[in-house]
Design a protein around this ligand. Structure first.
Ligand code: SF4
Length: 247
């Protein structure tokens, strides 16, 4: 029986897709965002992670399905990076769709293989929420620890598939709160008709304590959430490229 390695489950999530969400946070991520608020999900296995089969997961999801549907919600695969366990997420989403449950893939786009598994996963995904962290590759490398080429390849794959996608953009002071970065994002997504909207997420420090628990130094110490005016200004820039923005 195939199993996934997960960090945790949230049964009534309100920020990971439309309506109320049953959210599974998978273990493992190959990015190293300076602001990561889930630092404890980076390794594939930890002493707190656990294995779960799709059947075990569905026994829980089914209990919530009418509640989720009534709110216009569903399930969300988040992380960590859920695309690092594509077979597990595919099988879970196939099982959810058999019950008519809305599925959402929350991802940084770090797909390793463009194969049948990924296509089947996307075929059973109602909404992709894709993090585009920074279009300027040099800043991306500083902010995220890896280049942005894999994420952009994934974004363009979604465009070719005409896959309904919401872009998530974290506004990090000093890294992605400037006009140039916002224009780069707006220009990049302007021709992508599959994008339903852009969600702006102001940087916050809530996950900083997890870095210390993992024995790491939080490098954004002293960086504070951006002011409301900055968020609104970035929203206006992205809107000028014809995209709906929520924040
Ligand atoms: S992609 Fe997400 S989980 Fe991975 S390091 Fe960045 S914020 Fe953390």
């Amino acid at each position: 029986m195939r199993y996934g390695i997960i960090h945790s489950i949230e049964t009534c999530g309100t920020v990971d897709g439309p309506g109320l969400r049953f959210v599974v946070f998978t273990q493992g991520c190959l990015m190293r965002c300076l602001y990561c608020h889930n630092r404890d999900t980076w390794d594939m296995e930890t002493d707190k992670s656990r294995k779960i089969t799709v059947d075990e997961l569905m026994q829980q999801v089914i209990q919530y399905r009418f509640y989720l549907k009534a709110t216009g919600g569903g399930v969300t695969a988040s992380g960590g990076e859920s695309l690092l366990q594509p077979e597990f997420i595919r099988d879970w989403f196939v099982a959810c769709k058999a019950y008519g449950i809305h599925t959402c893939l929350d991802t940084n786009g770090y797909a390793r293989h463009y194969d049948k598994t990924l296509e089947e996963l996307l075929d059973h995904t109602d909404l992709v929420m894709l993090d585009l962290k920074q279009l300027d590759n040099e800043i991306h490398k500083k902010l995220v620890g890896v280049p942005n080429n894999r994420t952009l390849m994934f974004a363009e794959h979604l465009q070719k598939r005409n896959q309904l996608t919401r872009i998530r953009y974290v506004i990090v002071p000093g890294y992605s709160d400037d006009d140039h970065s916002a224009h780069l994002l707006g220009q990049y997504i302007a021709p992508m008709d599959n994008i339903e909207k852009v969600e702006l997420l102001p940087y916050h420090e809530l996950g900083a304590h997890k870095w210390a628990l993992c024995g790491d130094t939080y490098q954004l110490e002293g960086v504070h959430p951006p002011p409301k005016e900055t968020v609104e200004h970035i929203a206006d820039i992205i809107k000028s490229y014809g995209k709906e923005v929520m924040h």
